[in-house]
Ligand binder design. Structure first.
Ligand code: HAM
Length: 382
């Protein structure tokens, strides 16, 4: 019997046909992430890969695609419902509250790790994928928001990623958004028959998501829909303007996209996405995030604001390799030991250990090491 990996998953290998699945690139990218996080004062957090299901349903929202269609949920032996994390924001907030970190200075956290979504598997969309994300638990403040964007952009620039576009929008407070949704639904009711089948479902459950539908039939209807911006109050608009002026002063290019709504329910206020420019596929989002000022208290924590983002490491590395920004170097040992007799092998075996103690990378010939065989034939031909 031949075993295969689960659909929608992949192996990260020392070497392979697809450069983005090479472990050295993953390590380099992860190292850059750790370095830039330290520069911006973020501390790492690692949470379990599964949580009680309510952690995600409460935070993300029952009507989102993630909760209603994509979670890997199962019962443990005592019948408790557990879910493999589909994202890490909710788990980070759970841990921040549960461990009393809100009473400490740790308000800027980051994480790297696997997430799981039962998505239709295709390039850029996997059932096990990896996120790097950052969360800042500080009050609603355009300076904090601009710093988060600066952090994200610095990270991309440090990695050398070029073809990206930053999209931003403001979803307003829940009061502003509720007023908007009432009018949006009134407008959409008149066009309900012409909406795509997905959008008909969204009309009932999550009408805002119709705004970022990519279906041709929805695009025309959305074009004539009321605009969320006209429902934002003066204070919200001023704060957003301040945020935009801070981005201008940092020379960060952005595009305001009034149809950007994000797929998870916890956002309000400023939201953003970094997309691959020139790529119109559904998988063009490298990362995204925004403000979630009510989420921490909704999860039983203090009444504190929050903002964060996450991006998919697969999509990031695929973009880097497609832009040919990564150097794929296969490392070889500094010293290769080739015994010419059984007695020599005993001596070289000890030498091998001594060299490594002195931080010299070394390898002893072994029949099954491909690389050793290459070296052997090289040595023999000399
Ligand atoms: P999200 O937009 O659902 O946000 O996911 C963030 C990123 O994860 C996406 O932009 C994409 O790059 C990657 N991603 C999502 N699903 C998949 C998949 N099936 N395969 C490969 N990559 C995928 C969040 O998860 C929020 N927690 C972000 C956030 C943090 N908001 C505030 N703080």
């Amino acid at each position: 019997m031949k075993f295969q990996r689960v659909k929608g998953c992949f192996d990260i290998l020392p070497e392979g046909e697809e450069a983005w699945k090479t472990s050295k690139i993953w390590r380099d990218v992860e190292k850059t992430i750790h370095d830039v996080c330290a520069l911006f004062g973020f501390e790492e957090i690692r949470t379990p890969i599964f949580e009680y299901t309510e952690v995600f349903t409460r935070a993300i929202g029952d009507d989102t695609d993630v909760v209603s269609k994509e979670m890997y949920t199962f019962s443990d032996r005592k019948g408790r419902s557990l879910t493999l994390r589909p994202e890490i924001t909710a788990a980070t907030i759970r841990a921040w509250i549960e461990n009393g970190l809100f009473q400490t200075r740790f308000r800027k956290l980051y994480y790297i790790g696997p997430c799981f979504r039962y998505d239709r598997s295709q390039k850029g969309r996997y059932r096990q994928f990896h996120q790097f994300g950052a969360e800042v638990f500080l009050p609603d403040d355009p300076y904090v928001d601009a710093e988060v964007i600066d952090f994200l952009i610095t990270l991309y620039r440090t990695m050398g990623l070029k073809n990206t576009k930053l999209m931003i929008n403001n979803l307003g407070s829940s009061r502003e958004r509720d007023r908007y949704i009432t009018d949006l639904k009134r407008y959409l009711t008149k066009h309900i028959d012409a909406l795509s089948s997905d959008s008909k479902v969204r009309f009932e459950k999550n009408p805002l998501r119709i705004l970022d539908s990519k279906e041709e039939c929805d695009l025309q209807i959305v074009h004539g829909a009321p605009k969320l911006k006209s429902y934002l109050e003066d204070a919200t608009l001023q704060q957003f303007e301040k945020f935009c002026s801070l981005l201008n002063s940092l020379n960060i290019e952005y595009h305001v996209d009034e149809l950007l709504v994000r797929g998870l329910d916890y956002y309000q206020g400023m939201v953003f996405e970094l997309v691959r420019s020139g790529d119109t596929s559904r998988q063009n989002s490298l990362g995204g995030g925004g403000r979630y000022n009510k989420l921490i208290s909704a999860m039983g924590g203090p009444d504190e604001g929050g903002i964060g983002f996450a991006f998919g490491i697969e999509r990031l590395i695929q973009s880097l390799t497609e832009e040919e920004n990564v150097l794929i170097e296969i490392t070889s040992p500094d010293v290769f030991l080739l015994p010419l007799s059984a007695a020599a092998k005993d001596n070289l075996f000890l030498l091998l250990s001594e060299l490594r103690k002195k931080s010299v990378s070394a390898e002893l010939y072994c029949k099954h090491l491909n690389r050793s065989e290459e070296h052997t034939s090289e040595l023999q031909s000399q």
